[in-house]
Write a protein that binds this ligand. Structure first.
Ligand code: UD1
Length: 339
């Protein structure tokens, strides 16, 4: 059993990862600033696992708070760092807030790792670092393209900061580059709860079906894909969460091949926006009100993962389908709306 810090552990991917860490027999310690989450998530984690993890409200942008937290927790076996802002459009309007939060907090945590000789760091990265890749599926060797948003840039810079810190201070880290995490826990005890109008596809779909949004806008059907709509690799959040447990256990067991590794987390299969809608309609029995509108600026045509490396080296592969993800996302939406 290892003691693992999960920053952003009350967020969407963080909370599912806490559940899988506990299921695997580890102790999870949560840090979150509640800027885009709620302490109620602890109840959901407790109902699923029977364990209520320790939670500390810490502002990771505040160096003194970070220092104090780590001084009181100098016995951590690993750190999974999710805490970050993640809205692409907002990052264009508020770049400095994104750099301060996503890079500042990362630097403060890495300084504590250095000073306390901690080890085993997992970084929440994104397929956004590849931009519109020249070749699909996207392998870990695909070039990192100039970022299309400050958000994307914080993920690229974050990976560089970690590499430089490892070179100087010699700890071990893994960056996991997620494609499109969707769905919810099958128990419907935890899920995705975006504040305000959702920017991502799946919460917009389920909120539209729940009657909270009038209509889904499909951003363009004139792309070079099989039905003209964008193609993405939608991966069930529980599969993403399990990959984090495997990654941290890989570092704990010294099974890593180098002190910095990168893995794509995807299913290996792309789905178009219309295919996502069809999957939702199939599993929910609802008919979704949507219309085709103009392209959304900044969207790439298609992105899906080559999962060979994650399958072979991590020994991880997805177990759940897009239909599973839509079933679970819908069950969660219905639960929180009392439908
Ligand atoms: C992007 C990034 C991802 C990042 C995420 C954060 C890429 C390939 N992916 O995901 O790394 O973590 O932003 O938000 O750059 N769509 C609609 N109508 C809607 C909402 C979305 O048609 O109301 C379409 C989009 O045009 C897109 C697809 O649905 O084709 C998925 O969109 P979204 O859920 O926002 O994720 P990405 O933009 O793929």
């Amino acid at each position: 059993m290892a003691k693992i810090l999960v920053t952003g552990g009350l967020g969407f991917i963080g909370s599912h990862t806490v559940v899988e860490l506990i299921n695997a027999g580890h102790e999870a310690v949560i840090v979150d600033d509640l800027s885009n989450s709620s302490a109620v998530v602890l109840d959901g984690i407790e109902s699923i696992t029977g364990t209520r993890p320790k939670f500390y409200r810490v502002d990771l942008k505040n160096k003194a708070e970070v220092h104090q937290f780590f001084n009181n927790h100098n016995d951590l076996d690993g750190i999974i760092h999710f805490a970050a802002f993640k809205a692409v459009g907002e990052s264009v309007a508020k770049p400095l807030e994104y750099y301060e939060n996503n890079i500042g907090s990362l630097v403060y945590i890495l300084q504590e790792i250095r000073d306390l000789s901690l080890n085993n760091f997992i970084f929440s990265s994104s397929c956004t670092v590849y931009g519109q890749a020249d070749e699909l599926p996207i392998t870990e060797h695909s070039p990192v393209k100039p970022a299309m948003s400050p958000y994307g840039n914080t993920k690229q810079i974050g990976e560089e900061v970690i590499k430089d810190a490892i070179n100087a201070h010699g700890f071990n880290a893994i960056s996991l580059r997620y494609f499109n995490p969707v769905g919810a826990h099958p128990s419907a005890e935890i899920g995705e709860s975006p504040l305000g109008v959702p920017l991502n596809l799946v919460p917009f779909v389920t909120q539209t079906a729940a009657g909270i949004r009038q209509q889904l806008s499909v951003f363009g059907n004139d792309y070079e894909t099989r039905d003209g709509t964008n193609e993405r690799d939608y991966i069930h959040v529980v599969d993403v969460a399990k990959a984090h447990v495997i990654a941290v256990e890989r570092l704990l067991g010294s099974k890593n091949l180098s002190n910095y590794e990168v893995f794509n987390l995807g299913t290996g299969t792309g789905s178009t926006v219309l295919e996502v809608i069809q999957s939702f309609e199939r599993v929910s029995g609802e008919s979704l009100n949507y219309k085709i509108v103009d392209r959304r600026p900044g969207d790439v045509t298609a992105a899906y993962a080559d999962t060979t490396k994650a399958n072979a080296e991590l020994g991880w592969k997805t177990e759940k389908t897009l239909d599973d993800a839509m079933t679970d996302a819908w069950r969660w939406e219905k639960k929180i709306r009392n439908i």
